[in-house]
Write a protein that binds this ligand. Structure first.
Ligand code: SF4
Length: 291
């Protein structure tokens, strides 16, 4: 289990992103105890042993404020038509680690800022967040995959059906909610499982919310060192799903790390088939990007 450390971070850079958000904030928390830490989680490629809770929240917020002051008016893009978006949970799970820092102060900052919106992906439904109404200035991206492989790849995270039901609840509490199909893992029968997932979404998301739902869709990446560590901890079933050298190739990730992904031709075939199924069952969902 990862060890928890309290500290002040000195890494105070804001990184441009352009996918999940316009920018990535400095880490409020770096590390995670999530159920996916011993399978595909990219944070674990760099920090498996520790969870650093960065106490200098005020300093980080001042840096974000200064950064915002340096920006021109937002030009609409796929991250948001109106606000500059900041991913506040790129290196942790905000809902899971809710009690470990003053997230409410962070949420409050974004709620009150005229030009900014916060966003984070999560695999956990935490009803404590419902006590706060962010007035649509915090976007939660519920991470979704078929339940049968979620049990193998991300044990002890919230059941997929609970994440789907939470979409209505969180929208009605004042959050903006998007879907995060990540990672998309291809295996024998994957599209049958995605059909079930899409049908559940179609059935359980209220009609009035559907026009506002959007999704990011990200196919699996993995890493050789992470694979070796997972095998050493006997994660054979999980690794059989995500380590497939015959259809994977090496790549250098956006921030310079080594990773493997599905081979380009294989992936474009996967994307095409997944998108056709998606468009047949949940055409109301806008795909923000897929890769
Ligand atoms: S919840 Fe997110 S950050 Fe935490 S272990 Fe899973 S993938 Fe990693």
């Amino acid at each position: 289990m990862a060890q928890l450390f309290i500290r002040n971070t000195k890494t105070l850079h804001i990184r441009p992103n352009g996918r999940s958000a316009d920018f990535i904030t400095p880490n409020f928390i770096y590390g995670c105890a999530g159920g996916c830490r011993n399978s595909y989680c990219y944070v674990m490629r760099h920090n498996h042993e520790s969870i650093y809770v960065n106490e200098n929240v005020d300093q980080i917020l001042r840096i974000i404020d200064k950064h915002l002051n340096s920006l021109p008016l937002k030009i609409p893009n796929q991250t948001d038509p109106k606000y500059w978006t900041y991913d506040i949970g790129c290196s942790t799970d905000v809902s899971l680690h809710w009690k470990h820092t003053n997230w409410l102060k962070v949420f409050e900052f974004f709620k009150e800022h005229f030009a900014a919106k916060a966003t984070f992906a999560t695999k956990y439904v935490n009803s404590k967040l419902l006590d706060f109404n962010p007035n649509k200035k915090v976007r939660i991206r519920f991470s979704l995959m078929p339940q049968n492989i979620s049990l193998i790849l991300e044990p002890n995270t919230s059941p997929i059906i609970d994440r789907i039901k939470a979409i209505n609840t969180f929208i009605e509490a004042g959050y903006e909610v998007h879907l995060n199909f990540s990672p998309i893992v291809a295996y024998e029968g994957w599209l049958n499982d995605y059909e079930i997932l899409f049908k559940d979404l179609s059935e359980l998301i209220k009609e009035q919310h559907k026009p506002f739902i959007k999704a990011e869709c990200i196919f699996l990446t993995h890493n050789d060192k992470q694979h070796e560590r997972n095998i050493l901890s006997n994660r054979f079933e999980s690794e059989a799903l995500i380590w497939k050298p015959e259809i994977q190739e090496s790549k250098i990730s956006e921030y310079g790390g080594k990773a493997v992904r599905y081979k380009a031709k294989v992936k474009s075939n996967f994307i095409q088939r997944w998108t056709v199924l998606h468009n047949r069952i949940i055409p109301w969902n806008t795909i923000r990007y897929i890769f």
